[in-house]
Design a protein around this ligand. Structure first.
Ligand code: SF4
Length: 505
């Protein structure tokens, strides 16, 4: 009996469960990696995401080969053709695959109807296993991230002093919302030059007919992401040494031309398996313990909350959700996604700056994603499904499990409040406070009904008015709706007319 292992593009580390299950007999275990052109063409993915995943796959395949595994690496239109050839040539009787993180990929494998037994090994990419999260969630009336996060801190003994949180508080978020006023000295980011393997992938994508359309949206070069575990570890170390101690206060701030601020830049590596979230959390904790006399706890706690809290929670909710979650549309928003999401060509400077950055590197930080890209789509009534497809295609760290929860749930409130406790809708006030974008914009962030009124303003009030009946039962919306009630009928009329005309001009 010969067992073969299929390694997927987001399962690139030696400890993943399918490889680990064959470690004892690894020299007799055939392993296959497949670059499927049809799969890569499902959405117009960012070119740098394709380079990252394929180059990281090629590097990891070479690493396994050097360790003695019998590796087959192939590129094909589909997955089935090379799998059948490989099964026949090695006389494989059982295929092992670590359970894919993205549910559609499980269905894809099942539909291949391979002529041998398929065994899905448990997915061990996250700190909480699927079963552990389901057990946690199944005992509750409501899923609340803060409860989950606190349990994670206790369970994994992270920033704990006995059974109390270090510093006497679980949450230091209030200290982590500083606007970018005055002159900020921002840290450098760590980037890499492409090696010959990465350059081969870049050259292939540039010349391939299959990705010509993607080239009109995204920049292929300069490509500066890491593609190996070694490089991912370097980025983690660099973040801890140069950014972590100051990560907190400005984590929500946005500054023109500053693509990374104090952010970790680790999500692309975490999301393909080059790093494990628990090692990242433990490394941050260790660094804090070594430097606790001069590092700010709010920075370290803020970062750990992102990984041990939000990231784990979003994945857990994804595995816990009903199958129809991706189709949810609580507000019944149906406007098509504006073309400028693909081109960056808009006079709204905040959107223009962030979309240009996404075009250049496939990355924007969480507030740029939530409070600008998502916020605009929410208040303008864009289809959540069109927006989710765009996020999935545009971001270097975008996958089904990340984007369903972050876009359908958190950003668009299309699940009616399963994930977020209120819609993340905001007027230009928020963006003007948390960025310098409004200074160089064609629109006025203080106007809501004049000729150059900021669209975030009239869409915000129009959104509240349009959905008053749905929102009035949300406890955290009461105060906000009171502000809406103070608008005069004539002002509201002007606002609503500007909003509805925007979609037709
Ligand atoms: Fe964005 Fe409005 Fe500010 Fe312009 S004025 S940058 S559109 S929030």
């Amino acid at each position: 009996m010969t067992i073969g292992v299929w390694v997927l593009g987001d399962q690139l580390w030696a400890g993943q469960s399918a490889l680990e299950s064959c470690l004892q007999q690894h020299q007799q275990t055939p392993v296959i990696f497949i670059e499927s052109l049809a799969h890569a063409g499902q959405l117009p993915y960012h070119l740098q995401k394709l380079v990252l995943v394929w180059s990281a796959m090629r590097h990891f395949a070479a690493e396994l080969r050097s360790l003695g595994w019998a590796v087959t690496y192939t590129q094909s239109q589909d997955f089935k053709t090379p799998l059948i050839e490989w099964i026949n040539s090695y006389q494989i009787s059982e295929l092992r695959v670590m359970t894919p993180t993205d549910c559609p990929f499980v269905a894809l494998i099942q539909k291949l109807e391979l002529p041998i037994q398929i065994t899905f090994t448990p997915n061990n990419r996250f700190i909480w296993s699927d079963e552990e999260f389901k057990n946690w969630a199944g005992k509750r009336k409501r899923l609340i991230m803060e409860d989950f996060y606190r349990q994670g801190r206790q369970r994994f003994n992270i920033l704990m002093s006995g059974n109390q949180p270090v510093g006497g508080q679980w949450n230091f978020d209030k200290q982590n919302r500083k606007p970018p006023k005055g002159k900020l000295t921002l840290p450098e980011a760590l980037w890499f030059e492409p090696d010959s393997i990465t350059q081969d992938v870049i050259n292939f994508i540039r010349q391939s007919e299959a990705f010509q359309d993607n080239q009109s949206y995204w920049l292929l070069e300069p490509f500066r992401w890491g593609v190996t575990r070694q490089q991912a570890l370097q980025v983690m170390k660099f973040f801890i040494e140069t950014r972590l101690s100051s990560f907190g206060p400005y984590q929500d701030a946005m500054v023109t031309g500053e693509q990374t601020m104090w952010h970790t830049m680790l999500s692309p590596y975490l999301n393909i398996g080059l790093l494990h979230p628990l090692e990242v959390v433990q490394a941050a904790q260790l660094a804090y313990l070594d430097n606790s006399s001069n590092w700010e706890l709010n920075s370290v706690e803020g970062f750990i909350r992102q990984v041990l809290g939000w990231r784990e929670y979003m994945h857990g909710v994804y595995v816990y959700l009903d199958d129809d979650y991706s189709e949810r549309n609580w507000f019944n928003h149906t406007h098509p996604l504006p073309a400028f999401y693909w081109t960056g060509d808009t006079q709204m400077n905040c959107l223009h700056q962030i979309l240009t950055q996404v075009k250049q590197i496939g990355y924007a930080h969480h507030i740029q994603r939530l409070m600008v890209l998502n916020n605009f789509a929410l208040i303008a009534g864009i289809s959540p499904q069109e927006l989710e497809d765009w996020f999935h295609a545009a971001f270097i760290d975008g996958y089904d499990w990340v984007m369903q929860t972050n876009v359908i749930g958190m950003g668009q409130f299309a699940d009616g409040g399963m994930i977020a406790s209120k819609p993340y809708a905001a007027s230009a006030n928020y963006i003007n406070n948390m960025s310098d974008y409004c200074k160089n914009c064609a629109y006025n962030p203080r106007e809501r009904t004049t000729k150059n009124a900021c669209p975030f303003n009239f869409f915000y009030w129009d959104f509240l008015a349009r959905h008053y009946d749905l929102l009035k039962d949300q406890p955290r919306m009461t105060q906000i709706l009171r502000n809406l009630e103070r608008l005069s009928p004539s002002e509201l009329q002007k606002i609503r007319s500007l909003a509805s005309n925007w979609h037709t001009t």
